[in-house]
Design a protein around this ligand. Structure first.
Ligand SMILES: C[S@@+](CC[C@H](N)C(=O)[O-])C[C@H]1O[C@@H](n2cnc3c(N)ncnc32)[C@H](O)[C@@H]1O
Length: 266
């Protein structure tokens, strides 16, 4: 099989598997299988894949046909202009989470050298973006040790100054912080089966919490004496819930006009 044939084969198989992004995905799978860039693929249609390359191509195709996320296949996800390494240990950062960074940057202007903590940092997306933009140390915690290893890898790759802590919510915090930001798990276990197939490859602990609200509620209660502002990403159906707290301060909607970020002031 040469490059031209491989590309047609990949596109056909991905289309049959109802992968909407079959064209882009086919090119990425081809590039990864032969370890060459797009320009090489486009200018060398007659290049013949060797056995090892065909084997890799078939393995990646089989994964993608089952809706395995492209971000895990490539080990790359861009967030706030930064290219992050991702694998199955971490949630794939979502574009709507950039609103959490925007909101934090806005509130950070109210402090001189703001002390910021990102709870449930995962890949480090939020903490790394804030640290790079504000040119400061950002604290980043997660209950998952494996996620912290990925955040560490990303911080090194991007030369970001983040301090990692392995902990359950705010249990470890014994000093005051200006801003606590978090994209916590906020999906109800009952909704899990309705999630798209590709989401089910992501760590369940990064997505699910009791009633969809347990961790949000815990963070609000614990943050009360520990920070000035708590900024949380929330689910589309959690506006009334977050507004029921006395400390509720502000709500931001995302580009789909859905409630996405809740701010609490203490
Ligand atoms: C929705 S993911 C967010 C990851 C990353 N911040 C982002 O926005 O892409 C939630 C993260 O919270 C972590 N987590 C879940 N329960 C936690 C807890 N009780 N305490 C601290 N972190 C927790 C998960 O391991 C996961 O990395």
């Amino acid at each position: 099989m040469n490059i031209k044939e491989s590309l047609s084969y990949l596109m056909k198989k991905l289309k049959e598997a109802n992968i909407a992004t079959y064209g882009i995905d086919a090119m990425i799978i081809l590039k990864l299988s032969i370890n060459k860039d797009e320009l090489f693929c486009l200018t060398n249609p007659e290049y013949r894949l060797n056995e090892k390359e065909i084997e890799t191509l078939k393995e990646l195709l089989a994964k993608r046909k089952k809706k395995y996320p492209m971000a895990y296949i490539q080990h790359i996800k861009e967030f706030y202009g930064f290219e992050l390494y991702v694998d199955e240990n971490v949630l794939i950062p979502r574009p709507e989470t950039e609103l959490l960074v925007d909101t934090t940057l806005e509130l950070a202007k109210r402090f001189i050298n703001p002390k910021i903590l990102d709870v449930g940092t995962g890949s480090g997306a939020i903490a790394i973006s804030l640290s790079k933009i504000l040119n400061t140390t950002v604290f980043a915690s997660d209950i998952s040790f494996n996620a912290l290893l990925i955040a560490k890898k990303n911080a090194r790759k991007l030369n970001a100054d983040i301090q990692l802590i392995n902990a359950d919510t705010l249990s470890f915090l014994n000093t005051k912080i200006d801003i606590i930001v978090s994209n916590p798990p906020y999906i109800d276990e009952k909704e899990y089966n309705n999630l798209q197939d590709d989401v089910k490859f992501e760590p369940k602990k990064a997505l699910i919490t009791k009633n969809g609200t347990e961790i949000i509620e815990k963070l609000i209660k614990e943050a009360k004496h520990l920070c000035k502002y708590l900024i949380l990403e929330i689910g589309y159906n959690q506006e009334d819930f977050v507004k029921s707290f006395d400390c509720f301060y502000d709500l931001k909607k995302d580009f789909s006009n859905l409630p996405r970020v809740a701010v609490f002031k203490f």
